[in-house]
Design a protein around this ligand. Structure first.
Ligand SMILES: [Zn+2]
Length: 257
C-alpha cells in the first residue's frame, strides 16, 4: 500500500490527538485500510469535507513497514449527496452494516466492495418508491456473496420445485425453503409469487430492480429475507426498519409470510 493511491470509500473516522483523525477506508484491493490523516481538524486542512462517511475518494497513502499508514492526499471522486434524504440515508447505513459485518478485515473482498459501490449508486438515484425493492435486492446479493442464499424456487432438502398449488415453506434459520414434506411441523407457506419476486431480484441485473412489479409480495418477501439477514448477522440489523419506513418484526416466525 505504501506510496500508492487507492480508490476507497470513507468508512470510519475517529479523532486522534488534538488535530488529527484516524480514518478507516474500505478498498476493493486491500479490504479495510487504516491511516492517519494528520491535521485533519485544522481549518486549513486539505482533508476538510473529504473524509465524510461513504465519500468515494482516491487516497494516497504513505508509510513503511508495519507502522501506521499516513494519508498524504485525498481526492474526492464522489460525494453521495443523494443520501441526505432520511430513508436513503438509513438504507445506505444498512448496506454499510452488512458490508462491515461480512468484510474479512484487511483482506480484499472485491464482491463486497462492488456491492457497496453499486448499492450506494442505486440508493442515491432510485425513485423513492423503489427503495424497499432495492434494499431487498441488495440483501439477496449480500446473502449470495456469503453463500447463505438458499435456492428460492425449490426445496433445499430434496429439490422439489415450487408451483402454484405447492408453495414452499420457510424453514428455521439456515434451513432455507422447504417443500411440504420437509417443512417444520408448524408450516409457514411462502406463496409462489413471493418466491418468484425474490428469485427475480436475486438473478436480474440491479438496474432492473426498480422496474419489477411491486405488490404485497414485496413486503412478504422482505419480512422473510429480513429474518435470513438477522440470522446471518446474528443480531437485528440496526437500520433496516428505518430504511424500510416501518418497525421490524420483533421475533422470528411470529407472522405468516
Ligand atoms: Zn423437500
Amino acid at each position: 500500500m505504501t506510496g500508492r493511491t487507492v480508490r476507497a470509500f470513507v468508512w470510519r473516522r475517529i479523532d486522534f490527538r488534538e488535530t488529527s483523525r484516524l480514518v478507516t477506508l474500505f478498498t476493493r484491493e486491500a479490504g479495510r485500510v487504516h491511516a492517519l490523516a494528520k491535521g485533519a481538524h485544522r481549518p486549513t486542512s486539505t482533508f476538510l469535507g473529504r473524509l465524510d462517511f461513504l465519500n468515494l475518494v482516491d487516497a494516497t497513502l504513505a508509510g513503511k513497514g508495519a507502522g501506521l499508514l499516513l494519508l498524504s492526499r485525498v481526492r474526492l471522486v464522489h460525494e453521495p449527496r443523494g443520501l441526505r434524504e432520511p430513508a436513503r440515508f438509513f438504507a445506505a447505513n444498512h448496506l454499510a452494516e452488512l458490508c462491515d459485518q461480512a468484510s474479512a478485515g484487511d483482506r480484499p473482498d472485491p464482491d463486497l466492495f462492488d456491492l457497496l459501490a453499486g448499492g450506494v449508486t442505486l440508493l442515491e438515484r432510485c425513485p423513492t418508491a423503489a427503495l424497499p425493492a432495492i434494499v431487498l435486492g441488495i440483501e439477496l446479493r449480500w446473502l449470495g456473496i456469503l453463500g447463505l442464499l438458499p435456492p428460492l424456487l425449490e426445496c433445499s432438502q430434496c429439490g422439489a420445485p415450487a408451483a402454484g398449488r405447492r408453495p414452499l415453506h420457510a424453514g428455521r434459520p439456515g434451513e432455507g425453503l422447504l417443500c411440504r414434506q420437509h417443512a417444520p411441523e408448524r408450516r409457514e407457506p411462502v406463496a409462489l409469487p413471493v418466491l418468484e419476486l425474490l428469485h427475480a431480484l436475486a438473478t436480474q441485473p440491479a438496474r432492473a430492480w426498480d422496474s419489477l412489479p411491486v405488490g404485497p409480495e414485496l413486503a412478504k418477501g422482505s419480512a422473510l429475507v429480513g429474518r435470513w439477514v438477522a440470522a446471518a448477522l446474528e443480531h437485528r440489523p440496526r437500520f433496516r426498519g428505518a430504511a424500510l419506513g416501518r418497525p421490524e418484526a420483533s421475533a422470528p416466525a411470529d407472522r405468516a409470510v
